[in-house]
Ligand binder design. Structure first.
Ligand code: LR7
Ligand code: MN
Length: 533
């Protein structure tokens, strides 16, 4: 558990950088303007400043010292791709939104920069209110100083939770207090780009069952530069943790969209930043209120939006920056992060995954108790939602479920049947090796995915590096990571056979020899990847 004493320190005065001094020292005129990084050579800082500099990362998981050098109001970039410049929106015709920002022990500058970036980059007509929900923070600056600061901003309302309730319930409180027809959620360390909201509202106005997600850009945790990345990445689900990962645009979406600015159908979302119709979120049962501090709610929402008749769209012309912390700065109250995460995802798996729940970590409460999910199951039934298999076939055909590959398990040599392909240490840039079969899985559990990848978790066999077959991060793009298995030979898209040579895996011209033959368990048929919603 984190050190509470350190976190409830008095801010901002004591730990604030000597801004004028540092600005002069590094010749900074408008630090961070337009999302530019603020580069500080720590060695050139006076000793007492260096101390604050060092401490600020330890306490927050990001360099608060640098954040404090940047004005609370800074300009943010105009989103890429450049085609977004030509888009126009009829402000009078769009619905209003209530922006809900939940926070717990957030630093002064990151929280207020979030608020100002909303106020500065949103047409006033579209912004009904900004609801700040304080999840029982302890830091002093979030008490009276925050109230005094916000008094100047009539659209901003502060709601306090007396007890620590976690981010999911905090969001529900903000949602319930919202008075407009759409609600937009943000984390407490975000910065909205110019014209971020209009494209989101335009989609929700078109179809209220669309949950509209902006492109998440990285605000660097060291120098606070904001990326303006292009091309964009979409979120996909990951098993067995029921989390998400970022990946390139799936091929079928590349084919479906007509322009770079078209909404992209995305099977999942990171969870913290999106716009949704108030009545649709309400009908979907908001979030499971039994979810604890952190995690799982993003998967719950991703699945139920799709399975219950809606759609998640990633909107290329809407961008929001988010500070990705290096480590968490908050404690979990009377639970811990392990308990919270696995209880939450265990509940989600039991309600939404049907027969696929067995491929997740806490499907039967084997790690931590998941409580009673009957009310959430009833909700799903009442809403008449589709099955997880439907989601798999129609929304997320490329989803890789560990243990559920077309072929799955150990890949055993026919030449030496006691030897199996092994992904020891998941090391990249070295040849994959053969080791005695361990019969338990671990580094010897391989799945062939729908895309023909030979996967071990997020790692894939890759034939693009050398004569030896190596392991690389899966990229989902086929090519050197696509293979075929005919029940005997394992070969690349380019026609080379995978062979055992000594104790490593190599590519060879196929000749039918025993060293090129493998045993691998067939688990199921290939899915039909063509029938997309
Ligand atoms: O007990 C808590 N109470 C809170 O109010 C714990 C956190 N919070 C607040 C916190 O101040 C922040 O505003 O909740 C928000 C999210 O907490 P973070 O910033 O510690 O989480 P994260 O950014 O690491 O986590 C991502 O996954 C979470 C899973 O539950 C939530 O869905 C977060 O909203 C989500 N963040 C995003 O989607 C931001 C963009 C991409 C990323 C990461
Ligand atoms: Mn966050």
């Amino acid at each position: 558990m984190a050190d509470l004493g350190a976190m409830s320190r008095l801010l901002p005065a004591a730990d604030m950088p000597d801004v004028t001094r540092v600005k002069t020292l590094f010749n900074l005129t408008r630090p961070g303007d337009n999302g530019q990084p603020v580069l500080i050579d720590k060695q050139k800082l006076p000793a007492e400043e260096r101390l604050k500099y060092d401490l600020s990362e330890k306490e927050n998981g990001f360099r608060e010292y640098v954040s404090n050098l940047i004005p609370l109001r800074r300009r943010t970039p105009f989103p890429k791709p450049d085609e977004c410049q030509n888009k126009t929106y009829d402000i009078e015709a769009l619905p209003q939104t209530s922006v809900v920002i939940i926070f717990m022990n957030e630093t002064w500058s990151t929280l207020l920069r979030t608020v100002h970036s909303v106020l500065d980059n949103t047409p006033p007509r579209l912004l009904k209110e900004v609801l700040l929900v304080d999840d029982a923070s302890e830091m002093e600056h979030l008490k009276t100083p925050l109230e005094e600061y916000l008094a100047d901003f009539p659209k901003v309302r502060l709601i306090r939770s007396k007890t620590r309730i976690g981010l999911i319930k905090a969001r529900i409180i903000g949602f319930d207090a919202a008075t407009s027809s759409t609600v937009t959620f943000l984390d407490s360390h975000c910065e909205c780009f110019q014209r971020w909201l209009e494209p989101l509202l335009a989609r929700v106005a078109t179809d209220p069952k669309i949950a509209a997600v902006p492109v998440t850009e990285i605000i660097n945790s060291e120098h606070f530069g904001i990326e303006n990345a292009n091309p964009i990445h979409v979120a996909i689900l990951t098993f067995p943790l029921l989390s998400y990962d970022w990946t390139y645009l799936p091929k079928r979406e590349k084919q479906r969209v007509k322009s770079l600015t078209d909404p992209i159908y995305t099977p999942a979302m990171a969870g913290g930043i999106f716009t949704i119709s108030k009545s649709w979120f309400e009908r979907l049962g908001k979030y499971d209120p039994e979810l604890l501090i952190w995690g799982g709610e993003n998967t719950e929402l991703s699945l139920k939006v799709w399975m219950c008749g809606g759609r998640i769209e990633l909107i290329p012309c809407s961008h929001v920056g988010h500070v990705f912390r290096i480590h968490t700065n908050y404690h979990y109250g009377n639970v811990n992060s392990f308990y919270s995460y696995h209880r939450n995802t265990g509940r989600v798996a039991n309600v939404w995954l049907d027969e696929y729940k067995k491929f997740t970590m806490n499907s039967d409460g084997q790690l931590v108790d998941i409580g009673d999910v009957s009310a959430r199951k009833r909700l799903r039934k009442d809403l008449g939602c589709k099955s997880f298999r439907w989601y798999l076939n129609n929304v997320h055909p490329e989803l890789y479920i560990v243990g559920d590959g077309v072929y799955s398990g150990a890949i055993r040599s026919v030449l030496q049947p006691s030897m199996c392909v092994n992904a020891r240490d998941y090391a990249y840039s070295v040849a994959l090796e053969m080791l005695p079969c361990n019969e338990i899985g671990g580094g010897q559990l391989w799945d062939m995915s729908e895309l023909g990848e030979i996967r071990h978790s997020i790692h894939c066999m890759d034939s693009g590096y050398s004569k030896e077959v190596q392991l690389a991060r899966c990229h989902g793009g086929g090519g050197h990571q696509a293979f075929k298995y005919d029940g005997q030979s394992l070969y690349t898209e380019f026609g080379y056979c995978i062979a055992m040579e000594g104790n490593v895996l190599v590519h060879q011209t196929c000749d039918g020899s025993l060293s090129q033959q493998w045993k691998w368990h067939k688990n199921r048929e290939q899915r039909n990847l063509t029938n997309h919603i």
